[in-house]
Design a protein around this ligand. Structure first.
Ligand code: ISL
Length: 593
């Protein structure tokens, strides 16, 4: 080994050793290796209905998305995942699919989809589709055939005779199971004279994964869209994929009442043990991974990826990654930055807890990811406070692994209050005007804000399918692009930094809560500038001594990116021993000269 290489190796080892001596939390392995595209991806969720309308009907569509792919490229996005675009009666806005092999007519045609893929390829953008395996629409041919007990379809869904009440003699559902969207998870079908299971709406019957024909059919769905050129799938609603096996008499067990709520229609009324998080679900994901890997082996190209949607405890979620011998999903979504703050206040300590909970439970050698929002949750700017949206966008972009942004979070879009009359989300519609706000997911699904012109530039037509936000005159792409600094510009700067910085790609990570309510993340890579993120989540001024966090930091750091309200200047240097941070101020800095 030449002496220069020896010195390099020693410096790297020394650097890693120094990191390990630090206070606070850190993830090591700063060694530079090559990473596959998804390991450092900047992912972006498109909700097609609300992204861009191209034909004036007030509903977003595929041609609308195609016309805006360049926008995603400018943000730095690596791959966009599209919420469902398949044929659907739209009871759950595309999550109730009636034909898994075709496009919803109001969104366009298969040819429009092919044009979208072609344009994306030209721009070097990857497209990921939503795969909804748990259920179909009740208007699907499969369901109709199953209702008719047509050969091969008899057991496509979970059918049951139900019970007869010993006292009244009346027919009852087989169990007390509740759907997510309020009310019983069983629906009586007159024609077939049996109940069917639906963990979501009545119009979303659960497919029966104990039937090998269903397993094979859903693998066909994956292969069909892979052949159309997609780069992977976001797998919807995994926890309820399997239910426990019935006993020898064919009976299922009741769930225990949890006591968490008196509302007997609300799923939280039950402690769900038999209808979620079964081991067979993990195995099914491993099988889908094989489908994707086989496809790549046969047809070549970049890795096709599996993203998993699961709100489940870590012991279950982490198994999706795979085990010692088998690969599972590339990225089971990490919702901790959302869910920890649903149960606790938004604070630096709880941000740290959210990060710890993922990194400390993640199996070795796997890739973390950070989801800030999606179409099921309130807007990030509304959850954390508008003054913290830049900080949170910075956080997910400086942490190691993949970042996941829901459309509009880069602009700082906020929740739109939707009246009971305008409410369309089935979850809310299954409740009543007094309580619907605790269930509705409409506020985060309103049309994307492109300009301050008519209907925010979302559509040329007179109406929009959900009301527009009232603040679109200032919160929109056009206005924010023209501003000297804006949430959008900050997001773009972050995207560019992620592309250019070896440290953000390969560096080791250290993070810590400082003082009462400030938070710092540091990324370190030998022979590359160290990147430091610092944010004040509190409501008083904080003076941070960053040397308490890492004594090896220099006297001053160069400012790369600042939050909108910060009065600091790009490229100026700021001292590390007493860094003044205003409430809500967030910075990304570097040790470079
Ligand atoms: O929304 C939730 C929490 O806020 C979840 O309980 C959600 O219902 C669950 O994660 C599944 O969501 C997914 O599947 C649903 C669909 O309505 C959601 O939009 C989708 O993200 C049924 O397909």
């Amino acid at each position: 080994m030449a002496w220069t290489s020896k010195v390099l190796v020693s410096i790297t080892i020394l650097a890693l050793f120094v990191i390990d001596q630090g206070q606070g939390c850190q993830v090591s392995t700063g060694a530079q290796t090559t990473k596959d595209w998804w390991e450092t991806a900047q992912l972006y969720q498109i909700y097609p209905r609300s992204f861009k309308d191209s034909d004036g009907d007030g509903i977003g569509d595929l041609n609308g998305i195609t016309s805006k792919l360049k926008y995603l490229k400018e943000l730095g996005v690596t791959a966009a995942w599209l919420s469902p675009i398949f044929t659907s009666p739209m009871v759950d806005f595309g999550y109730d699919i009636s034909d898994f092999f075709d496009i919803q007519p109001e969104y366009g045609t298969l040819d429009d989809f092919r044009a979208l893929i072609k344009k994306a390829k030209e721009l070097d953008l990857k497209i990921i589709l939503d795969f909804v395996p748990n259920h179909s629409s009740n208007e699907s041919e499969w369901f109709k055939k199953s209702v008719n007990r047509e050969k091969g379809y008899e057991d496509y869904y979970v059918w049951h005779d139900g019970k007869v009440n010993a006292t009244t003699g009346e027919r009852e559902p087989p169990t007390n199971w509740l759907q997510y969207f309020r009310g019983s998870a069983w629906e009586w079908n007159e024609q077939r004279q049996q109940y069917y299971l639906h963990q979501f709406a009545v119009q979303q019957p659960d497919l029966n994964y104990r039937n090998p024909l269903v397993v094979a059919q859903m693998k066909r769905v994956l292969k069909y869209w892979l052949a159309e050129g997609v780069s992977g799938f976001r797998c919807d609603a995994l926890p309820p994929l399997f239910e426990v096996l019935p006993d020898a008499e064919g009976q299922y067990p009741d769930e225990v009442i949890s006591g968490a709520t008196d509302d007997a229609e609300d799923r939280n009324h039950l402690t769900v043990k038999y209808i979620e998080n079964q081991p067979e679900t993990i195995d099914m994901v491993y099988q889908w991974r094989t489908v994707l890997d086989d496809y790549q082996r046969i047809f070549g190209g970049d890795s096709r990826v599996l993203l998993i949607e699961t709100y489940a405890p870590a012991w279950f979620t982490m198994q999706f990654y795979g085990n010692r011998t088998t690969n599972g999903a590339h990225l089971p979504f990490n919702f901790n930055l959302i869910t920890v703050m649903e149960q606790n206040e938004f604070s630096a300590k709880n941000v740290q807890l959210a990060i710890d909970l993922w990194l400390n439970n993640m199996p070795a050698g796997r890739t973390p990811n950070w989801v800030l929002g999606n179409h099921d949750k309130r807007r990030a700017a509304s959850r954390y406070g508008q003054e913290h949206i830049d900080a949170m966008n910075m956080l997910i972009m400086v942490l190691p692994g993949a970042s996941v942004t829901y459309q509009g979070e880069e602009l700082g879009m906020t929740d739109v209050e939707i009246s009971w009359e305008d409410t369309v989300d089935p979850w809310a519609c299954n409740s009543n005007p007094e309580i619907y706000e605790q269930y509705t997911r409409d506020p985060a699904r309103t049309p994307f804000q492109w300009t301050n012109g008519s209907n925010a530039g979302f559509t040329d037509g007179p109406t929009t399918w959900l009301p527009l936000a009232s603040d679109y005159d200032t919160i929109n792409v056009e206005t924010e692009s023209q501003a000297e600094l804006s949430h959008l510009k900050i997001y773009e700067h972050l995207g560019a930094l992620r592309k250019s910085s070896q440290t953000l790609k390969y560096g080791s990570t250290k993070y810590q809560t400082l003082l009462e309510n400030s938070f710092v993340v540091e990324r370190i890579l030998a022979n590359e500038p160290t990147i430091v993120f610092a944010a004040n989540f509190g409501n008083t001024v904080a003076y941070l001594n960053l040397l308490e966090f890492d004594k090896n930091l220099p006297e001053s750091l160069k400012l790369l990116i600042r939050s909108v309200e910060s009065t600091k200047n790009y490229n100026n240097r700021y001292g590390t021993t007493s860094l003044r941070l205003e409430p809500g101020e967030a910075l990304v800095m570097s040790t470079e000269n």
